[in-house]
Design a protein around this ligand. Structure first.
Ligand SMILES: Cc1ncc(COP(=O)(O)O)c(C=O)c1O
Length: 440
């Protein structure tokens, strides 16, 4: 059989997201199947998944329990509306999530993606302040070099310049704290020691805009898409303190960090800092069916409900909020995480992961290495006049060498499925050593 039978003969029509379309279509990388730690390409090569797809396939690919749960669900109840009607799996899933998360974070608003989760969290924050008679709190504080998805809300609080550049004035008034990436922290193992005081940027922005105009501050506890930027020790606790002092809600975007990535159910658990709202997606369903969520505290939920007129309390939702297939995938995924103790597994692999990634320190062009849980980043110096060129070469060469990685500019990010073996970790890094050494 012609192994290339799966290659479409026209790649033009699909306008690919966050992709160098011209370069990709000239030299495509196509995956046609996946199992556990590997993808299979259209030409039959097995690619080691160093990025859990897009930080999302935490339990590994095509796990039978999840596949079967979705198959059963689609035959039994393909769709049911959740506007004024319901179906049991959505309630069961919300209750299970509430149990898994830090005490008090117990009301789950389902979305279809992390972007919608960010927008929903922002709308929940606005609705909450309005319900308590502080409707003038409409400003959000984000942070430079953060990513909260592609919706207008998430984009506004996000801090990646190119993601905002083409899209005009932001819809929502926002201000940004500085990012936490300091040169003196280069090659830190785990969270860096310097930079806790950067949280005081929140105080500075409050002094400028006044707390009475600010609804919430939103951060990724560990910034992923921007190249794995870790919170300095004590930084998140300081943000919590300042937010509390001024009645500002704290939102953690846990789209990447929830479901075991740091060796705990959430980054909130890992850092011992509980936000008022948390956003989720990705690992929630092991990426088998799209789903996200904004999880709000009891106080927020009660405030919005108690102060509403009779009828609908919160005018927000998506046709597919709590879609039956996504709920089935999520429930089965939670079972797999629990049965295989995958969060603890990530925690137990983290020391080996840290030790191995830092062995790349003296490789060609490497200017920083960062790690936490089962996340790692290797930062290469940008080539003169061509930032991102080395990074793109890494994608191409690694794929040729049968490894999938995520690259942001010249930063290589790694976040394998939590089922990764010690041997696969070794393969990942030795492949990367060869790839990096080959790049001018
Ligand atoms: C922290 C964070 N928030 C939000 C998003 C957006 O999620 P989605 O692509 O599902 O809309 C992402 C995606 O990478 C993310 O990393």
């Amino acid at each position: 059989m012609d192994a290339r039978v799966n290659r479409p003969n026209d790649l033009a029509s699909f306008w690919m997201p966050y992709t160098a379309n011209r370069a990709f279509k000239a030299s495509p990388r196509l995956c046609v199947s996946a199992k556990d730690m590997h993808y299979v390409t259209d030409d039959g090569r097995r690619i080691l998944d160093g990025t859990a797809g897009l930080w999302c396939v935490n339990a590994g690919h095509a796990r039978p329990k999840i596949v079967e749960a979705v198959q059963r669900q689609v035959a039994e109840l393909d769709f049911a509306p959740t506007f004024q009607y319901g179906h049991p799996a959505a309630f069961t899933l919300a209750a299970r999530l509430a149990q898994l998360f830090p005490a008090g974070l117990d009301h789950v608003f389902f979305t279809n993606s992390g972007s919608e989760a960010a927008d929903s969290a922002m709308k929940i924050a606005l609705a909450y302040h309005r319900a308590r008679g502080e409707g003038q709190r409409i400003r959000f504080i984000g942070r430079e070099r953060s990513y909260h998805g592609s919706g207008f809300g998430g984009m506004a609080v996000g801090g990646i310049a190119k993601n905002r550049l083409a899209f005009g004035a932001q819809v929502q008034p926002v201000a940004h704290m500085r990012h936490t990436h300091l040169p003196e922290n280069a090659f830190s193992r785990g969270c860096p020691a310097h930079g806790k005081e950067l949280a005081d940027d929140l105080e500075r922005l409050i002094a400028l805009h006044d707390a009475s105009t600010i609804a919430a501050v939103i951060v990724e506890p560990m910034a992923g898409s921007t190249g794995v930027l870790l919170p300095p020790e004590g930084y998140l606790a300081r943000l919590r303190e300042i937010a509390d002092k001024y009645g500002i809600l704290l939102i953690f975007d846990e789209v990447i960090t929830a479901f075991g990535r740091l060796g705990t159910a959430t980054a909130a658990d890992y850092f011992g800092v509980t936000p008022d709202i948390m956003t989720l997606a990705k690992g929630l369903t092991n990426a088998v069916v799209p789903m996200g969520a904004a999880v709000a505290s009891h106080a927020i939920y009660e405030t919005v409900l108690e102060n509403a007129d009779v009828g609908i309390e919160f005018f927000h939702g998506y046709t597919y909020s709590g879609h039956p297939l996504a709920c089935a995938a999520a429930l089965a995924t939670l079972d797999v995480y629990a049965e295989e103790d995958l969060f603890a597994r990530a925690a137990s692999l983290a020391p080996l992961w840290e030790e191995r990634i830092h062995r790349l320190r003296d490789r060609r062009n490497v200017i920083d290495i960062r790690n936490l849980g089962l996340v790692g980043a290797i930062e290469l110096a940008p080539r003169d006049g061509a930032p991102g060129a080395r990074g793109y070469e890494v994608i191409e060469r690694a794929f040729e060498a049968e490894l999938m990685v995520r690259v942001t500019g010249d930063i290589i990010a790694l976040s394998p499925p939590l089922i990764v073996s010690e041997e696969e970790i070794e393969t990942m890094f030795s492949t990367l050593e060869t790839v990096i050494d080959a790049i001018e």
